[in-house]
Every structure is written in structure tokens, then in C-alpha cells.
Design a binder for this molecule. Structure first.
Ligand code: NAD
Length: 505
């Protein structure tokens, strides 16, 4: 993998049109918007500012493409196209990584890893495209045979957030395409570049026009997608609040909805843990992507006998993180995404202090010499389960340490929020670890590890963390309708109306 660093001299502001029906498209309003790099405050990209009329065009294109052959395309055909996209993503990996870093503020090395993960997702979905087989029922009686087949749902609207733009659209789109759907996509207005670049690669790979359409813009575009009568399913990743609004809008039209929402994820650290590995995972879970992850491990639930020692070790280790210019390849943590997110983090730090939690380290902006939104790695101790810093998603580099005495209490604290995305248990006692893994209320439980994922294993949340699952072979079912086909074998002897004189024909 490439290891070079960049400077602002390498940055050229780029205009990136939308893609509708296979063509570059401008907003019908003629409006555009611009994205500045959050770490440097320089212009990096501009886009058409789409609206309802552009969504209408995109939906028409997606519907036409669906009905003009994509719905009937073979698994082999879909699979080859998906594999081609994976190859093209690898070919353009460096350009994609740089664009991702410039818009998100995340380190270039991290972006390179995410681009590599993106290619893996497209490749895995390609394998599913050839495995869309259903079931056959052969024991329903001598005169009956039944089949259960998967069909595409139709036009899928996809709305994505800014924290992992390329990865998140790639957790949805290739799976929906593998199942034979078409798509209308709205990326976050803060980070649209890599989604549009992906759209260009999809076109180059040879997908038929209209199968994938991308409309750039703000929440107006998102709302137009959520409410559009020509869209059959909404797949949304973002905040719980917006997700609820989207589910209500989609519900008015009874669209299928799949939601990947927020989290307030606990890591339970027991006295039986590998202490050093758990400390490292604590730091990683708290500060990776500046804490702007749905999977951040923002609640450290630590046995009281070791809570102070553990918190001190987290602070010590966090001092070794290189926070700063995301264009440098040795930077580990970059900038928050925008001023609004910086203000949210500052507000929660103030709330934690006011509620009586002890601010062990951090709590303020970090001066890196750049014109960006950098924040100190922050740790609160003496946090109780009801404080807002322990119940609400902060989406910043803020860890809360909550002490516990018994495992029952630890599980109670872990399960005490409305979220249920992911959770972790650190223990080398296998019975303790497996019992906790069963008792934790979350879509993913990590045992003695944190925050890794694979295209093969499903991902999603309980409660306010979402509805449905992405990834794994389950994703294919998520993007499919099931149809039951029942066949009569031989003559249908049982008549509903008894009419013995009727001639047999
Ligand atoms: P957000 O909810 O503010 O925005 C997400 C997307 O929805 C954006 O494209 C935005 O333009 C659009 N949008 C905003 N308001 C809308 C409306 N009223 N109608 C239709 N669309 C609208 O989220 P964000 O700030 O971009 O991302 C951060 C959130 O995403 C966090 O809560 C995080 O936990 C969540 N997230 C979840 C997962 C997961 O897989 N569970 C992954 C990443 C991020």
C-alpha cells in the first residue's frame, strides 16, 4: 500500500457533477455547493445542489433501468460487473483515499485502509450475486411442489452519513445490486466526493445506464427520496433522530426500511482481562476517527478494583497518538468533521463537568498549528449511568469510565441505554465471556477485541440503533422480496364445487 504524505500543494479544487441515467448531471436549479477541508479550511470540492426535480429524474431512470432488463439480469452478469468495480476501486485507490481525507479530515493512512475494505465489500457482494437460490418444498403432498424464490425489491433509495462515506455506501449498494435492484443515492453533503467517484467507476465498469443514480445535496434531497412514491425501499445510515423521521416518511407509503443508526457502545473490562490489550482497545474505541464512529466504545465499564489504574493507563497510552494533519501518513487521528460537531463535543464536555464527573484529561480544543477542528483526547471518570455523557452519542473523542462491582451490575449498566449497536467483553475466563456475550443487548458483541468487521458477518443494531442488517448473506435477503410459487403436479382432483356432470376437458 502507498505510504506517501501530501501537502496542500497537491490539492486541486474539483467540481463533481451528479450521475443520473448514466450521464453527468447538473441540478435543474443550477445551484452548486462547496466543501472545505475541515482540517485546513481550503476549498476541495463542489457539487450540484440537487432538489426534488433531480430526485424525480433519478427515480425515473432507476425504474426504467429496472424494468428494461436489470431485474432479469443473471447472477453471473451482476457478479462480473461487481468484480469489475472492485478492480477499478483498487486501480484508483490513491485518488479515492485523498478525496476521502480532504472531505472528512481523517488520516490518509486510514482512508487507504477504508478504500481497501471497500474493494473487499464489492468482491464479496459479487460472490452473493451468484448465490441467490431459494428453497424447494417436496413434501407437501403428491400433487404439490412449492418453490420460494428471491426477487429484487425494486428501486432502493440510499441515504448516507459523513463519517465513513465510501465504506458505508459500499455496505449497501453492491448488495442491493447483487439482488437485482436499482438505486438512487444521496451522500452526505459534507462528504459526497468518493460516492460520486464510485458512481463514475460503476459507469466505467459497464453497468447499464440508470441502474445507479447519485443526487448530491442536503436534507431536502434526503426527504425527497424518503417520501418518493417511485421508491420501494429506503436504506439509511445516520443519526437516530433523522432515522426516525425517515422511517415515518417511508411508513406513510409502506416502503420497506433498513436503518443503521447511532450507538453508545459499552466495553466491559473485567479483572480477568488482558489488561494491556484492553487499554489499547479502550483508546482505539474512543479515539479512532476522532470518536466519530457509530461503533465507538465510548463507555468503559471497568471493575472498581482496577478502574483508576485502567483510566490512568488509557490517558498514558493516548499521549502516544499522533493527532494532526490528516495529509501526513504517520498521523493517527485527524480533525472533527465540522464546526457543528465541535460544538456538540464541547457541549457534552460541559454537561459532564456540570453533572459531577471528573475530567481526568483533555476537554478542550487542540492546537495543531492548522486551521482545523482538533480536540484533545478526553477521559471522564466517576461517571454514573444516567449522566448524558453516559447515555447519549457524543460522536467525539470523549471516553467515560463507569466502575462496577458485580457482573450483573456491569451488564445492567451496559444494557441501560436505548441503543444496542455493539458491545465488548474483556475476560480470559471463557464462561464469563460467553455468558456476557449472550446477555449484552447489541447487534454485535466483541470478545477480547474491538471494532473489526468483515463483509461476511452481518452488522446492525437493536433498539434505537436500527432496523435490519447489512453485510453477510443476510444482506441479500434484506434487499430481496420473497415469492412463493406453488405448482400443481398432475390433475387437480379436489374440486371446490361438487359438479359431477361437468365434462372433463
Ligand atoms: P445525519 O443523520 O445528520 O445525516 C445522515 C444523512 O441524512 C445525510 O446524508 C443527511 O444529509 C441526511 N439527512 C439529514 N436530515 C435529513 C432529513 N430530515 N430527511 C432526509 N435526509 C436527511 O447523520 P450524520 O451526522 O451524517 O452521521 C452521523 C450519524 O450517523 C451518527 O449518529 C452515527 O452513529 C450514525 N452512523 C451509524 C452507522 C451504523 O452503521 N449504525 C454508521 C455510521 C454512522
Amino acid at each position: 500500500m502507498e505510504t506517501k504524505s501530501y501537502t496542500l500543494d497537491d490539492v486541486e479544487p474539483t467540481y463533481r457533477p451528479m450521475i443520473i441515467d448514466g450521464e453527468d448531471a447538473q441540478a435543474q436549479s443550477g445551484r452548486t455547493f462547496t466543501r472545505l477541508s475541515p482540517a485546513h479550511e481550503v476549498e476541495v470540492t463542489s457539487f450540484p445542489h440537487g432538489g426534488q426535480e433531480d430526485v424525480d429524474r433519478a427515480v425515473t431512470a432507476a425504474r426504467t433501468a429496472l424494468d428494461r432488463g436489470w431485474r432479469q439480469s443473471s447472477g453471473s452478469e451482476r457478479s462480473k460487473l461487481l468484480l469489475k468495480v472492485a478492480d477499478l476501486v483498487r486501480r484508483d485507490a490513491e485518488a479515492l483515499a485523498l478525496a476521502e481525507t480532504l472531505e472528512t479530515g481523517k488520516p490518509i493512512t486510514q482512508s487507504r485502509n477504508e478504500v481497501a475494505g471497500t474493494a473487499e465489500l464489492w468482491e464479496y457482494a459479487a460472490s452473493l450475486a451468484r448465490n441467490t437460490q431459494g428453497d424447494a418444498h417436496n413434501a407437501l403432498g403428491r400433487d404439490t411442489l412449492a418453490m420460494v424464490v428471491h426477487e429484487p425489491i425494486g428501486v432502493v433509495g440510499m441515504i448516507t452519513p459523513w463519517n465513513f462515506p465510501l465504506l458505508i455506501i459500499s455496505q449497501k449498494l453492491p448488495f442491493a445490486l447483487a439482488a437485482g435492484n436499482t438505486a438512487v443515492i444521496k451522500p452526505s453533503e459534507s462528504t459526497s466526493a468518493t460516492t460520486v467517484m464510485l458512481g463514475q467507476l460503476i459507469r466505467e465498469a459497464g453497468f447499464p445506464a440508470g441502474v445507479v443514480n447519485i443526487v448530491t445535496g442536503d436534507r431536502v434531497v434526503g426527504a425527497a427520496i424518503a417520501e418518493h412514491p417511485g421508491i420501494d425501499m429506503i436504506s439509511f445510515t445516520g443519526s437516530t433522530g433523522v432515522g426516525k423521521g425517515i422511517a415515518s416518511a417511508a411508513g406513510r407509503d409502506l416502503k420497506k426500511v433498513e436503518l443503521e443508526l447511532g450507538g453508545k457502545n459499552p466495553q466491559i473490562i473485567t479483572p480477568n482481562a488482558d489488561f494491556t490489550a484492553a487499554v489499547d482497545a479502550g483508546v482505539f474505541g474512543g479515539y479512532f476517527n476522532v470518536g466519530q464512529c457509530c461503533n465507538s466504545g465510548s463507555r468503559l465499564i471497568v471493575h472498581r478494583s482496577m478502574a483508576d489504574e485502567f483510566a490512568a493507563a488509557v490517558v498514558e497510552r493516548a499521549k502516544h497518538m499522533r493527532v494532526g494533519d490528516p495529509l501526513k501518513s504517520d498521523t493517527l487521528v485527524g480533525s472533527l468533521v465540522n464546526d457543528a460537531q465541535l460544538a456538540v463535543v464541547e457541549r457534552y464536555v460541559a454537561e459532564g463537568r456540570d453533572a459531577g464527573a471528573h475530567l481526568l484529561t483533555g476537554g478542550d480544543r487542540l492546537d495543531t498549528g492548522l486551521n482545523g477542528r482538533f480536540f484533545q483526547p478526553t477521559v471522564f471518570t466517576d461517571v454514573t449511568a444516567r449522566m448524558s455523557i453516559a447515555t447519549e452519542e457524543i460522536f467525539g473523542p470523549v471516553l467515560s469510565v463507569l466502575p462496577y462491582d458485580t457482573m450483573e451490575e456491569a451488564i445492567g449498566i451496559a444494557n441501560s441505554t436505548s441503543f444496542g449497536l455493539s458491545a465488548g467483553i474483556w475476560s480470559n475466563d471463557i464462561n464469563e465471556a460467553l455468558t456476557a456475550a449472550r446477555d449484552l443487548r447489541a447487534g454485535t458483541v466483541w470478545v477480547n477485541r474491538w471494532m473489526d468487521g468483515y463483509p461476511e458477518v452481518p452488522f446492525g443494531g437493536y433498539g434505537h440503533s436500527g432496523i435490519g442488517r447489512e453485510l453477510g448473506r443476510q444482506a441479500l435477503a434484506e434487499f430481496s422480496e420473497l415469492k412463493t410459487i406453488q405448482l400443481q403436479v398432475g390433475i387437480r382432483e379436489n374440486r371446490w364445487v361438487d359438479a359431477p356432470d361437468a365434462p372433463r376437458r
